[in-house]
Design a binder for this molecule. Structure first.
Ligand code: HEC
Ligand code: HEC
Length: 128
């Protein structure tokens, strides 16, 4: 028998080198092939806040809304003169982002976050 230990190490080094781009992309979360493409369903300008702000801070805004509703008993907020219900399902999803799969999930899968909100909150369902 030849030195099988060395052969196995050699094989391992080869496999690692050959697959370098795959695991490097996986480890750094980068991939040339895939970029998230949230299909945003908003036809008239913006709703609660500007897109750039929402991209960065929607989780903070949702937390703030939740605290105000659940802890302080407020239900409504005035946004640019429009009275809105502070509600994940009734406002965010029913008014604009009704397709959780194409919108929220598209980004969250890419960013590898899985908010547990829908354990309790309802996700709108399409009616045929
Ligand atoms: C264990 C169940 C549960 C989970 C999980 C949960 N919530 Fe809630 N949430 C509630 C309940 C109950 C209320 C109070 C509902 C009410 O008073 O209308 C509430 C209220 C809210 C409200 C204000 C009212 C409304 O209709 O939206 C927001 C906003 C909210 N939650 C956001 C979130 C977000 C964001 C997440 C995920 C990070 C989340 N919640 C996860 C149970 C939950
Ligand atoms: C443009 C991309 C994008 C879209 C669209 C998006 N999210 Fe997010 N969301 C993110 C990213 C990125 C994070 C993680 C941020 C971080 O970890 O700091 C996140 C985190 C969250 C969190 C906090 C989760 C946690 O565990 O901390 C909540 C809640 C959330 N998103 C709710 C929503 C909801 C509800 C929708 C759809 C109505 C949505 N997001 C759509 C990119 C997006």
């Amino acid at each position: 028998m030849y030195n099988s230990g060395k052969i196995i190490i050699g094989l391992l080094v080869f496999v690692l080198a050959a697959t370098f781009p795959i695991w490097y992309n996986a480890a750094t979360g980068q991939s040339d092939e895939y970029k998230p493409d949230p299909k945003i369903v908003v036809d008239t300008g913006y709703c609660v806040a500007e897109t750039n702000y929402m991209r960065k801070a929607h989780m903070d805004l949702l937390n703030d809304w939740r605290d105000r509703v659940v802890r302080d008993g407020e239900r409504f907020v005035n946004v640019q003169g429009e009275v809105m219900e502070m509600s994940l399902t009734n406002t965010c999803m029913m008014k604009c982002h009704w397709n959780k799969e194409d919108f929220c999930d598209e980004c969250h899968n890419y960013a590898e976050v899985s908010p547990y909100c829908w354990d309790c909150h309802l996700e709108p369902k399409e009616v045929e």
